[in-house]
Each structure stands twice: as C-alpha cells, then as structure tokens.
Ligand binder design. Structure first.
Ligand SMILES: Nc1nc2c(c(=O)[nH]1)N[C@H]1C(S)=C(S)[C@@H](COP(=O)(O)O)O[C@H]1N2
Ligand SMILES: [Mo]
Length: 546
C-alpha cells in the first residue's frame, strides 16, 4: 500500500483510484439505477434489471428455480429484482474503479480527480456497453431494438440515466476524497469496524438462511400432515349429483365474485407493468392467415361481445393459496376475429404478444372454442390497467399464465410455439388441476370447545365443474359431504360449506378438504409443487380447540 504524501500536491494512489473510483461509481450508479427504474415505471423507459432478471430466470436450471421458489415463496420476484439491482450497482462501482485506474495511468494531471468530462466519457462507455452488450445478451437486440418499447425509448431512457451518472460521478469522487487526510486516520478505525460488520453480517446471513430453512421445514411439517392414500379411488362412477343448497354467509369465506380491486394480480414484471394508451393502441392479427388485419380500440368495441363468469388461477398458486379469483368478464369471442382472418391449412397454434414483451400460445382448437374470449370489461367496468387494459385473453380450463394481458398482436402459427413461462420450464398444456381451499376457519385459529361453526371455502376445476366437496377430520380416512352453492357458470369456482360442532375435548385438530368434478374425477391427493404443472394435494389446516 502506498503511503499518503501529504506535503506534495495531491496525487491519488492506485488504491485511492480504486476505492474512491469504486465508491463514486457506486453512489452515482445508485442514483442512475433509481432514475432508470423511475423512467421504466412512468415513461416507457427500459429497465436493465428487468431484462437481466428475465435472462437469469430463463437460464437458471429448473431444479434451482424450484428450490428457490419453495424456499422463498411469493417474495422470490422481489428478491430477484433487489439482487439484480445490487449487481448493477457493483458493475457501476467496478467501472468507476477501472476508469480511475486507467485515467491515473494514461492521462495527464492525474492528481486532480475526475472532472465533468470524465463523468461523461465513463457514462458514454457504460451507455454503449448497455446497448451493444447487455441488451443483446438478454435477447432484447442491439440497443433494445426488439423490445416492444423499441430502441429509441430504450436508448434515450438509458441516456438520461447516463446523464445522472455523468453529473454525479465526479461530484461523488470529490466528496469521497475531500478529506483524504482525515480519512486516512479514520480509515484504520473504519477498517476494523467494517471487519466486525462483515463478520456480523455473515453470521446474521447464515442464521437468517438457517432460520428460513427451519421455518419452511416447520411450517411445511405443520401444514401438510400426510393425507392417507389407502382406499383412494381416483374416479367415481357414476359421478355424484351435486347437492346444491343455501350457503350461510360466514366471515373469511371468499365472495363469489371477486371485486376488481381484490382480484389477484400476477405478472412477470419485476417493477412496473405496462400502461397502454387505448387511443394509440392497435391490435394486429396475422401470421398463417389469408387476410391479416389491424383493429383500433374503437373498432374492436363495435364487435359483438359475450358475457361470461369465469374463475382464474395462477399456475404458481400453492394448494390453499390466494392466487385464485372470479369475475364477470365481457369480451369478443376470439374465433370471430380468427375466422375473419381465415387461418391457413396447417395452422396449429395462436400466439399472443403483449406490451410487456410477454408472450404465450394456445392450440388453435382451443382458440376456436366459443368461451375463449378477448376481454375488454371486467365486472361491468373497463378492463383495469393491472388486469391487462385494453385487451386480455380468457381461456377457460387453463391456468392464468395463458390469460395474456396487454395484448398487442395475435399470430396464427404452424409450429409448437413456446411462451415466456414455457421457456422457463412451466407446462404448455397448463390445464388447471382441481383444487379445494378452506377459507374458514383460518389455519391455526382457536375455536371454542362445543361451539357451532362452519367450515367453508371454494373449489375449482377449470371447466370441469364440481359435483362434490368433502371434509375430513381424520386425514382422509372418512369424509363428510359439504353443501355447494350453485355456481354462476360452468367455468367458475364453487362455494362450499359444512356446519360443524367443535369437539368438546381441547386439543388440536386437522381439517382436510377435497373435491370431485362433474365427471367423477377425485382431486389428486398426492402433493406436488406448482412447478411445472401446477400444485396438487389436499389443503389441510390445523385448528386449536380451547
Ligand atoms: N402480458 C402479460 N400477461 C400475463 C402475465 C404477464 O406477466 N404479462 N402474467 C400471466 C399470469 S402468470 C397470470 S396468473 C395472469 C394473472 O392475471 P391477473 O393479474 O389479471 O389476475 O396473467 C397472465 N398474463
Ligand atoms: Mo400465473
């Protein structure tokens, strides 16, 4: 390590160039990243962390993805974003160090620290690096040319973020080195503190990780006592006759129609969903068709529509999980739009491309079914932004994943297209697996011995209906039949309820529920995680009688 020469004109050591350059790069990089995320959220700017995050999930081995999702759960998306942003800041820091080291070596007057010009040169280099290397590596093309926001939006937004970096880098450097001497004295102290901090951080991190493991282990242990498979019949012939009846309203039972502001929301987007302008938006229908065409929003709204109740569920929903809702949708049957374009012989699939560069496909036969809709309204209101305004797909019987939102293009193809999540290992057939959720009593709640209560929830099988819901208090050895509320359509979930006298003996009890569809198929009791085909198994809760 070079010793500081306080008497001669300030000449930064290599170490100072490395450390202050890195520190300045980090600080300016943080501000620049913040600017980038703001432009992404509010001004059609590109978000490099978004792009890099999507690339990481695409390249990650399936087993690792599955493991992380099991470990971290629903928060995984947020952790990924934070990690990628931190990674980006480290790249900024490294660029600051490298630049200052190179400058010290090759440029005149190394003692003066970086000037505004240096900030601009470094920012320009980073800008080119983003456009020529990072974006192409994430599959966004040169300068983001293949993104739906286009190269121009990508590059100007990166230029603005670069400007922030250019202005702040020299400032941050001078701020960091202003009191170099005082700093020298403090440095020893700081180094020591840093080491203890690092040590503590590592310990904390380790303990946290262990705790996360332990928590998952314990909660999984407690939440999933194994249901007996003995005597299990996968099909009942003839199928049971549904016993429809009145359902007593009870707290925590899902409302049969989910209000728009409570409807579950899922998207791949780490930070910001697209905001589409209906005035300038248009829909193109093309590919393997005789007559490709384009529609404006106003033209689309003149077409005949159909109203249908349909429930949706995300393929990443755990058994008993929250990503399931029901609404009254209004939309144009997809087959009307497709017939008008006249698919060519040999066409097999229909691909939907979206404003957030998401895409997915469905089979042409499914696309032609009368219940496959392009929805423009939800529960009597214009389709809300977060649910895909101006246009989203509804494809009954198939997981939410294929209900593409913010659609801009529909293409008929003659090959086996694989969509955004299929490229990451998720099922392409994506048929909804029957599931039953116990809404009430709440898992882990305390009930009064001998009181009268209700066990109630929802059951859903996509488009196969529900003929029976059963509740068990002995992990599936015996079952009691619940009352079903007649569903709003053949495509929705069914509310179910069973009155229950709480046992007079104190202790903890498990409650399990399962369903049977209208064809007599019994819900699959074997537990499976959501990846790749959707979760299976029976929702089991534990309550405490006191
Ligand atoms: N364009 C686009 N459409 C999308 C997604 C997305 O990330 N982008 N996510 C899908 C997934 S995984 C689900 S579960 C549903 C959720 O729809 P919702 O938010 O309206 O409930 O949207 C689907 N459509
Ligand atoms: Mo999903």
């Amino acid at each position: 390590m070079a010793s500081p020469e306080t008497s001669s004109p300030p000449k930064p050591s290599a170490q100072e160039s490395l450390v202050a350059g890195g520190g300045a790069g980090l600080l300016a990089g943080l501000a620049s990243s913040g600017c980038m995320l703001l432009l992404n959220a509010f001004a059609h700017g590109v978000s490099l962390p978004e792009q890099v995050g999507a690339t990481i999930t695409a390249l990650m081995p399936l087993s690792l993805f599955q493991f992380l999702q099991q470990l971290i759960g629903d928060e995984a998306k947020r952790y990924l974003l934070v990690c990628v942003i931190l990674g980006q800041c480290l790249v900024f820091a490294a660029s600051g160090s490298l630049y200052m080291l190179a400058r010290r070596r090759f440029l005149f007057k190394p003692g003066l620290g970086p000037r505004l010009g240096d900030g601009f040169v470094l920012a320009a280099l980073l800008w080119l690096f983003a456009g020529l290397v990072v974006l192409p590596l994430t599959g966004a093309g040169l300068f983001g040319a293949t993104l739906s926001i286009g190269w121009f939006n990508s590059m100007w937004s990166l230029a603005v973020s670069g400007l922030v970096f250019a202005l702040l880098f020299p400032l941050a450097y001078h701020w960091l080195t202003a009191s170099r001497i005082r700093e020298e004295q403090r440095r020893a102290e700081v180094r020591e503190r840093r080491q203890t901090l690092l040590r503590r951080g590592l310990i904390l991190g380790g303990v946290g990780l262990l705790a996360a493991f332990a928590f998952r282990f314990i909660t999984q242990g407690a939440h999933a006592p194994t249901v007996t498979l003995r005597g299990f019949k996968s099909r009942i012939v003839p199928p049971p006759q549904p016993n429809y009846g009145p359902i007593v309203p009870v707290p925590h039972l899902s409302s049969e129609i989910t209000p728009n502001d409570q409807y579950y929301v899922v998207s791949k987007n780490l930070l910001a969903d697209p905001v589409v302008n209906g005035q300038s938006w248009s829909l193109t229908i093309g590919g393997q068709v005789e007559q490709p065409y384009t529609l404006t929003y106003a033209e689309l709204l003149t077409l005949p529509r159909r109203r249908q109740y349909e429930s949706m569920m995300c393929i990443s929903n755990e058994v008993g999980g929250p990503y399931m809702s029901n609404a009254l949708w209004e939309g144009i049957p997809l087959n009307v739009l497709l017939q008008r374009a006249r698919p060519k012989p040999g066409a097999t699939k229909v691909v939907f491309s979206c404003a957030d560069d998401y895409s997915d496909s469905i089979h042409l036969t499914k696309a032609l079914e009368p219940t496959t809709l392009l929805a423009v309204r939800m529960n009597g209101q214009t389709l809300p932004e977060r649910h895909g305004y101006p246009l989203r797909l509804l494809v009954p019987g198939i997981y939410g994943m294929k209900h593409a939102k913010w659609i801009t293009r529909i293409q008929v193809v003659n090959y086996d297209y694989q969509g955004y999540w299929q490229q990451r290992g998720w099922s392409d057939e994506a048929q909804i697996r029957m599931t039953t959720r116990i809404d009430t009593p709440l898992d882990g709640s305390r009930l009064q011995a001998g009181s009268l209560t209700y066990i109630a929830g929802v059951a859903f099988s996509g488009e196969r209906g529900i003929s029976e819901v059963d509740v068990s208090f002995d992990l599936g050895q015996s079952w009691q039949r619940a009352t079903l509320k007649r569903p709003l359509s053949a495509l929705t979930w069914v509310l179910w309820e069973l009155p229950w006298r709480v046992p007079s003996q104190a202790g903890s009890y498990t409650i399990t529920a399962r369903a049977i569809d209208l064809q007599g198929n019994v819900q699959d009791p074997r537990p499976a995680p959501p990846l790749p085909d959707g979760a299976s198994g029976y929702h089991t809760i534990t309550i405490v009688v006191a």
